[in-house]
Design a protein around this ligand. Structure first.
Ligand code: FAD
Length: 539
């Protein structure tokens, strides 16, 4: 049932289909391509505002990468495990008339990460800034102050992101900062604070001396699958986002998030069609008007939100000859950007829970520079990788049989390169990972504890989720000036086409993919009603 109280999406306001949405819209529902977190957030927001929505999902499940695997009494989240910035999910649910707490039971986790080093040392990342500063100071005099400075700088960058980047469609700095006004003191202050000459890795190294602590903070780029030494300084804002709002675990795992969003969307009348891959978006020179499914069926659409990879949407679903300007414009802006990293994931059902593990853990490589060089510049798996581990049974014992653990192991690898055959590479790399965990992760008996096992390689990720080259996190956030930007949520060249998900603005990770879905929906709704995006429902 549709939520009452909003005007029909097909009853446009005075400036409907104006300059920002060229061409006249056809009748029909809004079609959302893909039911990942971005697609689900878009479907919830659009249906809450009274639009008819049909979601076409290629797979037989919804949630995209936020999938799950169950076997012999073990339950695993297959993709994301760390949930940050819950305020994003809260806002999307609130707009649909629900509270987050109505729909999900959330647990705050502290320590946020437990970090293990090759020499047997261990360091906890704590939520409390003063406690963390004291712990760093004990290890290396001066690092306590350095950490406070890092968090203060990070807070400024988080604030700039809130004001200029979040909750609106942005495809580059000119879309959000009025560079013509850059002589004004407040604009100059913001531009200087962005440190566009620097990288996240460099800002950390300026303030923190202990190499182990540097390795911990470098891994804030884990959320965007990028090299800290190539990622723009603005991403240092992630540190403050994490201490400010914390790290959360929803009971039922991160899988509970897409399940809750799908339920809300269905309550609001959204139709879900699984096993329905879209092979073409129908459009003329100016505007989209439908989609074609793999089985040949055509669905007329007043607008299309693509939660499929944004580059693949433009490359494979759009007819370039029919919309050459839109294609050229997109290609010009994004052709030089590489995909973010891919990964190998092991799901190990164990008959033992290791007490020394926290919920989230890193077992770090012995040489981070060798590791980043291999993954991001040479395009080969790191010889001694960092392994991220989730041990959720300590928060939700039901994920494993009594006394057991549903251990999740993620190792970042390069995005798929031509000729890389993971069927051949995987057995040897699994050995590398298990040896690392036995030795540096304090689990010498790990192999003998495995009751059931499953895995994903970059090739599996590519087949399951249809990203570019098996990339987990869309486009790499590399480049001091523009590395933080992703394709805008509203197509500049084709009316009625919007992008949602980790490969569109504001980028990858659970909260950002969710926010991108809201932004795409808000732009679409604004275009239909002839208003400025963001003004109707700023929260
Ligand atoms: C192993 C792994 C670990 C991760 N860990 C974390 C973490 O701890 N914390 C975090 O915040 N983030 C993490 N992420 C990233 C996070 O999962 C993603 O950024 C986010 O889930 C992406 O959502 P999305 O909206 O882009 O949709 P996706 O999950 O990419 O889903 C897109 C959907 O579109 C469908 N689709 C594609 N093409 C078509 C088509 N032509 N027709 C129909 N349907 C189509 C796909 O089948 C898919 O269901 C992780 C990801 C992975 C894979």
């Amino acid at each position: 049932m549709k939520k009452p109280g909003f005007a029909s999406a097909h009853a446009p306001g005075p400036r409907a289909f104006g300059a920002q949405a060229p061409g006249r819209a056809s009748d029909g529902p809004v079609v959302v391509i893909g039911a990942g977190l971005g697609g689900l957030a878009a479907a919830c927001t659009l249906s809450a505002r009274g639009h008819d929505v049909v979601v076409c999902e290629a797979n037989d499940w919804t949630g995209g990468k936020a999938a799950e695997w169950k076997d012999q009494g073990f339950r695993f989240d297959m993709g994301p495990t760390i949930l940050t910035l819950p305020s994003v999910l809260r806002r999307i649910m609130n707009e649909a008339g629900h509270t987050l707490e109505d729909r999900l039971e959330m647990h705050r986790l502290d320590p946020q990460w437990r970090c293990f080093f090759d020499d047997g040392d261990r360091l906890d990342l704590l939520e409390n800034i003063e406690a963390m500063a004291r712990s760093l100071e004990d290890r290396h005099p001066g690092d306590g102050k350095g950490y406070r400075d890092l968090i203060a700088m990070s807070e400024t960058l988080h604030d700039i992101s809130r004001r200029f980047v979040f909750w609106k469609s942005v495809g580059g700095i000119g879309d959000t900062l009025d560079l013509g006004q850059s002589f004004r003191p407040e604009v100059m202050r913001d531009i200087a604070a962005l440190r566009m000459h620097s990288t996240l890795g460099r800002e950390i190294r300026k303030r923190i001396a202990n190499p182990k602590a540097v390795q911990v903070f470098d891994h804030f780029t884990q959320y965007v699958g990028s090299n800290p030494l190539q990622a723009p300084a603005v991403l240092t804002g992630i540190a403050h986002m994490q201490v400010d709002e914390g790290i959360w675990y929803p009971v039922g795992g991160t899988r509970a998030v897409p399940q809750a969003l799908r339920e809300i969307a269905e309550e609001q009348g959204v139709t879900f069609r699984t096993d329905s891959r879209v092979v073409r978006i129908l459009h003329d020179r100016r505007r989209v008007h439908g989609v074609v499914l793999e089985n040949g069926e055509t669905i007329g659409a007043s607008a299309v939100v693509s939660n499929a990879d944004s580059v693949r949407t433009m490359r494979e679903l759009i007819d370039r000859d029919r919309a050459p300007a839109a294609w050229r414009q997109f290609r010009r802006q994004w052709k030089k950007r590489e995909p973010a990293c891919s990964g190998v994931v092991l799901y190990l059902g164990l008959n033992k829970a290791y007490d020394h593990l926290a919920h989230h853990n890193f077992v770090f490589s012995r040489d981070p520079e060798e590791e980043f060089e291999a993954i991001y510049r040479e395009g080969r798996p790191a010889p001694d990788p960092t392994c991220y581990l989730a041990a959720p049974a300590r928060t939700e014992p039901g994920v494993a049989p009594p006394g057991g653990e549903a251990l999740y192991v993620l190792v970042h690898t390069p995005y798929l390169r031509p000729g890389q055959n993971w069927t051949e590479i995987f057995p040897g790399y699994r050995e590398t990972i298990l040896r690392k965990l036995e030795r540096a992760g304090g689990m010498p008996d790990l192999r003998s504890r495995i009751q059931c096992e499953h895995h994903l390689t970059p090739m599996d990720i590519h087949r399951r989720y249809a990203p570019q080259a098996g990339a987990i996190y869309g486009l790499a956030s590399h480049g001091r000036l523009d590395g933080g930007f992703k394709p805008a949520n509203r197509s500049a060249g084709l009316g009625g086409l919007y992008f949602a998900g980790g490969s569109a603005h504001p980028g990858p990770g659970m909260p950002m993919a969710l926010m991108s879905g809201w932004i795409a929906a808000d732009c679409l709704d604004a275009d239909v009603r002839g208003r400025e995006p963001g003004l109707a429902r700023a929260g």
